[in-house]
Design a protein around this ligand. Structure first.
Ligand code: SAM
Length: 357
């Protein structure tokens, strides 16, 4: 079952060559690969499209019309999809959103995922606002490596970027998470915003050091709901490294081929900083990710224009073999690249918050 987008515009690089072979059949021993030879290993599951912040590069101030909750996959449906994908070779799952800590059954989902054989790693991306209250329950459910999003450690800058005065809650959440080894190692993710990050660097490095977290900078991508992105909104990894080199020597760390971040040690203390420069230095050639939206749509690329409706399949009584066929076909059609730098690039219809970051 392949649902084309409403516009039916093909994603750049996603048009199948005329004589392209079909995806491997269900039951095949072939890896879960696309037609360019990339093998899917990493699944991002969005648990909700709702968020309790309104970051200017993501959501409008007034929020969005949220999806009705009955459209969201239930915990059992999420685990059923995860089981099929793990059997096909997925080894890492990241829970995200929207804000995943808004999902009340998050500890149950986490515990059920931990019980699946074959899953090697579970991570969770959160803005940290609700972390102080939930850290113990998440740890008791088996835990997850935490990525906490924090663009600045300055209260006024935080209020301007997120449109909420919640910096103290994020910092309290980080402190609470540190008490639970099941939630580590922690990473801090900062969107590299021109006009914000230059001033925020010192504070972010200090917070990261205080909780022993790697600090990573993410280039803003054209995934915001109100479509105002420009390539000049962000700082590239190279620009950030120039700024950081005033604080100490940067020494590059080795990275596996599928790594999205370029990592460096900074200065004599060796604080680790990473740069995820999806726009200026795309890593589509080694992308091993799939995404499942909160409403059960499988996407092979953040920027693709098509989705595969696993929710309809699940609720229509699809067998694991039926799901496998849908998944293999969706992966097979993964676009070659995001195409942001190509003429005619059209961002996806869903914003980041509704896909899962
Ligand atoms: N609410 C959670 C959080 O804040 O971590 C998870 C979802 S959020 C969409 C995941 C990550 O995507 C966050 O680090 C956020 O800053 C980032 N993000 C959102 N919109 C973005 C954009 N347009 N470009 C780059 N990163 C973005």
């Amino acid at each position: 079952m392949h649902l084309a987008s409403a516009t039916d515009a093909p994603a750049l690089g996603s048009v199948l060559p005329m004589a392209a072979p079909p995806a491997p059949e269900p039951g095949s021993t072939a890896p879960l690969a696309d037609r360019f030879g990339r093998v899917a290993r990493d699944l991002r599951i969005s648990l909700t499209d709702r968020c309790n912040l309104r970051c200017a590069y993501c959501l409008p101030a007034e929020g969005l019309p949220w999806q009705p909750r009955e459209q969201h996959l239930t915990a059992d449906e999420i685990v059923a999809v995860a089981r099929v994908l793990i059997d096909l070779g997925i080894t890492t799952i990241r829970l995200t959103g929207g804000e995943p800590l808004l999902r009340r059954d998050l500890p149950e989902i986490l515990a059920a995922l931990h019980a699946l054989p074959g899953l090697e790693d579970i991570a969770l991306t959160t803005n940290g606002v609700l972390l102080e209250r939930q850290a113990a329950a998440l740890a008791a459910a088996g835990g997850a490596r935490l990525n906490v999003s924090l663009d600045t450690a300055d209260r006024e800058q935080f209020r301007q970027v997120t449109r909420r005065d919640d910096l103290h809650r994020v910092l309290a959440g980080l402190t609470a998470a540190r008490r639970h080894p099941e939630l580590g190692p922690i990473k801090l993710n900062a969107v590299a915003l021109r006009g914000v990050t230059e001033e925020a660097l010192g504070g972010l490095l200090a917070v990261a050091a205080s909780v022993d977290a790697e600090l990573r900078f993410i280039e803003p991508m054209p995934l915001e709901a109100d479509r105002h992105w420009s390539p000049d909104d962000g700082l590239t990894g190279e620009q950030l490294r120039t700024l950081l080199s005033a604080r100490g020597t940067l020494r590059r760390l080795p990275a596996p081929p599928s790594a999205t971040a370029q990592r460096f040690e900074l200065g004599a203390g060796g604080q680790v900083v990473g740069f995820i420069s999806s726009v200026s230095e795309p890593f589509c050639g080694s992308c091993d990710r799939l995404r499942l939206t909160a409403d059960g749509q499988l996407r092979s690329c953040l920027f693709s224009h098509d989705e595969t409706d696993l929710r309809a399949a699940l609720r229509g009584g699809a067998s694991p073999e039926d799901l496998e066929a849908l998944v293999r076909d969706a992966v097979w059609r993964k676009p070659q690249g995001h195409g942001i730098d190509q003429p005619g690039f059209e961002p996806p219809q869903r914003p980041m918050s509704a896909i899962g970051g």
